[in-house]
Design a protein around this ligand. Structure first.
Ligand code: IFM
Length: 442
C-alpha cells in the first residue's frame, strides 16, 4: 500500500509540485537582503536561531530547481521576499534582489516547471514594526504597491500568483497565541490583523489586476476540528474554533462577511467600519490554495477573552511536530470549499507534508518511510475527490528541502530532500525517489 503507483490514476492535467518560502530557505545574509520581523523575533524569542543562512538557496537555487525537475514535478511554489527586494524603504530597490528572482524564474521556466509565486509568506520588512506591522492599514497599502511592483517586474513570467500565505498564522498565531513573529498576545491586535491581512489581500488583488489579468489565489490553512466528546460545551467550543481558524477567512473571501459565531466574540475588537472593506476582500479569485496538515481535538475551557476553547492532540499516529495523521480532514475541506463556497473554483493543495526525525544512515541515505505513508494517505483522499468530480487541480508537497521551521528553527525536517545545514549538501530522501519513480513514467 505504501507506494505511489496509483499516481498514474490522476488526470494527466493534474499538477504535482513542491513548495518552499523565501525566509525558510534563501538565507538572508546573501544578496543584500534586508531584515524582517522574523530576524527580530528570532533574536528576542528563539535564542537568535534565524534565517541568516537557512539552506543558502540564494546560491544553490540552480541545484534546487534541478532537483525538482529531476523528480518529475511540474510546478514550483516559492515566495518573493519583500525585504530582499526593498531592504531599506519602499522606494529603493535592491538590484541584486531583482536580479535574483529573474534568474530564479528563468531557471524554473528553462526546466519546464510552472512557477507558482506567493507575494507574502511572513517575512515582513522590519521597518513596518515601527508602525505596528499588519495592525496598521498603511502596511496594507504598501503591500498593494509591492504587489503592483511584482506584477510589473515579473508578471510576464508566471500565470498564477497567490497573495498571502495562511492569513490565520499571520494574525491569530502571531498576535493572539504569540508563537510567531511579532509574538504578541493580544486579542485586539489579533482581530485587527485578521481583518487587515484580508484587506491587504483585497488591495493586492486590485493592484495586480491594474497591471495584468493574472490568475490570482490566496492560500488558506484549514485545520479539522473535532470535539473531545459529545457534550454541548465541547461541541460549541469546536464550532468557535472552526469559526475563528477556518471560516473567518473563507467566509470573508467567498461571501464578503465574517461568521456570526466568531463575530460574537471578536466584533468589538475589529476596526471601526470594517464592513466597508468586505466588498474589496471578496473581490473574486481565480483559484484557491488549501494547506492541510492535521486535526485538533477541542475542549471547552473558559478564557477571559471569551475564546473558550483549548486545543488538544489526539492519539492517532503523529509526526515530529506532534501533529496527528488525519487524511480525512483534507477531503473534508475540499468538499467544504466546493459545497459551501464555490463549486467551480479550481482548488490547489498548496501545502501538505510532515516533519520527520530524519537522519542519514550508514549508507548516506534517508529512509523516510513514514513520510511516504503520509503522502500516500493524503494523495489517495485527493484522488477520491477527483473521482467524485471535485475540481482539485494540483498538489504541492511541503517541502522541497529541510528548512527553517519558524519557531522550531532547524529542528523539524519537512523536506523531500535532506539538507546538511553546515555544508549545504542536499541528499534526496526515499520519499523523493518514490515520487520520481512514479511521476517520471506518467
Ligand atoms: O513551514 C510551514 C510553512 O511555512 C507554512 N505552512 C506550514 C508549514 C509547516 O509548519
Amino acid at each position: 500500500m505504501d507506494n505511489f503507483s496509483f499516481l498514474k490514476d490522476f488526470p494527466s492535467s493534474f499538477i504535482f509540485g513542491t513548495a518552499t518560502s523565501s525566509y525558510q530557505i534563501e538565507g538572508n545574509q546573501y544578496g543584500g537582503c534586508g531584515k524582517s520581523i522574523w530576524d527580530d523575533f528570532a533574536k528576542r524569542k528563539l535564542n537568535g536561531i534565524d534565517g541568516l543562512n537557512a539552506c543558502n538557496h540564494y546560491e544553490y537555487f540552480e541545484e534546487d530547481i534541478k532537483l525538482i525537475k529531476d523528480l518529475g514535478f511540474r510546478a514550483y511554489r516559492f515566495s518573493f521576499s519583500w525585504p530582499r527586494l526593498y531592504p531599506e524603504n519602499n522606494r529603493e530597490l535592491n538590484n541584486e534582489g531583482v536580479d535574483f528572482y529573474h534568474r530564479l524564474l528563468d531557471k524554473i521556466l528553462e526546466n519546464g516547471l510552472e512557477p507558482f509565486p506567493t507575494l507574502y509568506h511572513w517575512d515582513l520588512p522590519i521597518r513596518f514594526s515601527h508602525i505596528e506591522g499588519w495592525e496598521n492599514r498603511d502596511t496594507c497599502k504598501h503591500f498593494a504597491d509591492f504587489s503592483y511592483f511584482i506584477s510589473k517586474q515579473y508578471g510576464d513570467l508566471f500565470k498564477k500568483i497567490a497573495t498571502i500565505n495562511e492569513p490565520w498564522c499571520v494574525s491569530w498565531l502571531s498576535h493572539y497565541l504569540g508563537e510567531h513573529a511579532p509574538g504578541k498576545k493580544n486579542i485586539k491586535s489579533a482581530t485587527t490583523t485578521m481583518h487587515n491581512i484580508l484587506l491587504a489581500h483585497g488591495w493586492s488583488v486590485e493592484a495586480l489586476r491594474v497591471n495584468k489579468s493574472h490568475e490570482i489565489g490566496i492560500v488558506l490553512n484549514n485545520q479539522y476540528a473535532e470535539p473531545l466528546d459529545q457534550q454541548d460545551e465541547n461541541i460549541n467550543a469546536t464550532k468557535l474554533f472552526d469559526s475563528i481558524h477556518n471560516r473567518w477567512f473563507s467566509d470573508a473571501i467567498f461571501k464578503g462577511k465574517y461568521p456570526e459565531l466568531a463575530l460574537s466574540v471578536l466584533e468589538k475588537h475589529l476596526p471601526e467600519n470594517y464592513e466597508n472593506d468586505l466588498k474589496k476582500i471578496s473581490c473574486g479569485l481565480n483559484w484557491i490554495g488549501l494547506n492541510y496538515y492535521t486535526r485538533s481535538i477541542i475542549k471547552f475551557e473558559k478564557s477571559e477573552d471569551n475564546i473558550n476553547y483549548k486545543t488538544l492532540r489526539g492519539s492517532l499516529k503523529k509526526t515530529d511536530m506532534d501533529w496527528e495523521f488525519f487524511p480525512k480532514g483534507l477531503s473534508y475541506f475540499i468538499k467544504r470549499i466546493n459545497n459551501e463556497y464555490d463549486n467551480k473554483i479550481p482548488i490547489y493543495i498548496t501545502e501538505n507534508g510532515m516533519a520527520n526525525n530524519d537522519k542519514l544512515d550508514s549508507n548516506g541515505e534517508v529512509n523516510d518511510s513514514d513520510r511516504i505513508e503520509f503522502f500516500n494517505l493524503h494523495l489517495r483522499e485527493i484522488l477520491n475527490c477527483i473521482n467524485e468530480g471535485l475540481p482539485v487541480m494540483g498538489y504541492f508537497a511541503w517541502s522541497l528541502l529541510d528548512n527553517y521551521e519558524w519557531a522550531f528553527g532547524y529542528s523539524k525536517r519537512f523536506g523531500l530532500v535532506y539538507v546538511d545545514f553546515d555544508s549545504y549538501k542536499r541528499v534526496p530522501k526515499k520519499s523523493y525517489y518514490e515520487f520520481s519513480k512514479n511521476l517520471l513514467q506518467v
